[in-house]
Design a protein around this ligand. Structure first.
Ligand code: SAH
Length: 209
């Protein structure tokens, strides 16, 4: 697939906005976002905006996908857990930079569509599951990295920290209202968790079943 001018424009915009990791920019460039957005939004697939994907959910803005991916400091050996598959776009970006992505979505219809799409695009290192991701995926733990793409009200569920490997990084939005929501990065160091607030964000809520 050749890179289109609108894709190049998006990459330049991301770089100007502080996405400096060439691997992250490369992954964004290679994942065909137009395949992940509904047909009526095809022409806006490479705009730097979030778009609706059905069931009241959204595909994240490319800048936020890039920022969260960069914040995870991925290595090609990493096993990554994602909470909130949505349309599968973030999972596809992650999968190009790590060993395997485990991704959980609570909306059955979204999960099924994402699974089908990812298989059709040959993303063979992504495992999907339908369910409540706030409980993590104990059978596959520990994870080197964990990313939540839905916002926890007050705290990241304790299960997710339990399933994070020592030295691992967890990136998640936290905040009860979209007007007061921030992206956080946590690093597990033995018994200690280091925390760092990255920026203001707007995510749909993490719903616990
Ligand atoms: N990463 C997605 C964007 C996801 S939007 C992408 O690239 O398109 C957030 C998603 O989190 C929604 O699809 C929502 O249904 C899902 N979600 C919310 N709470 C959840 C939970 N407890 N477990 C799993 N998925 C959840």
């Amino acid at each position: 697939m050749s890179t289109q001018p609108r894709q190049i424009r998006l990459i330049m915009e991301l770089r100007a906005d502080g996405i400096t990791d060439p691997n992250v920019l490369g992954a964004i460039e290679r994942v065909p976002r137009e395949k992940f957005v509904p047909p009526q939004f095809q022409d806006r697939a490479y705009e730097n905006t979030a778009l609706p994907i059905g069931d009241g959910q959204t595909i994240s803005q490319p800048y936020i996908v890039a920022l969260m991916t960069q914040a995870l400091e991925l290595s090609s050996r990493d096993r990554v857990l994602e909470i909130g598959t949505g349309c599968g776009y973030q999972a596809a970006v992650l999968s190009r930079l790590c060993r395997r992505v485990y991704t959980i979505e609570r909306h059955r219809s979204l999960a099924r569509a994402a699974q089908k799409l990812l298989a059709s695009l040959d993303y063979t290192n992504i495992t999907t599951k339908i369910g409540d991701g706030s409980k993590g995926w104990p059978e596959q733990a520990p994870f080197d990295k964990i990313i939540a793409t839905a916002a926890a009200q007050n705290d990241v569920p304790a299960e997710l920290f339990e399933q994070l490997a020592d030295g691992g990084v967890l990136v998640a939005p936290i905040g009860a209202s979209v007007l007061d929501q921030y992206l956080w990065r946590f690093r597990k160091r033995g018994e200690k968790i280091e925390e760092e607030r990255l920026c203001a964000v707007r995510f749909v809520p993490l719903v616990r079943d």
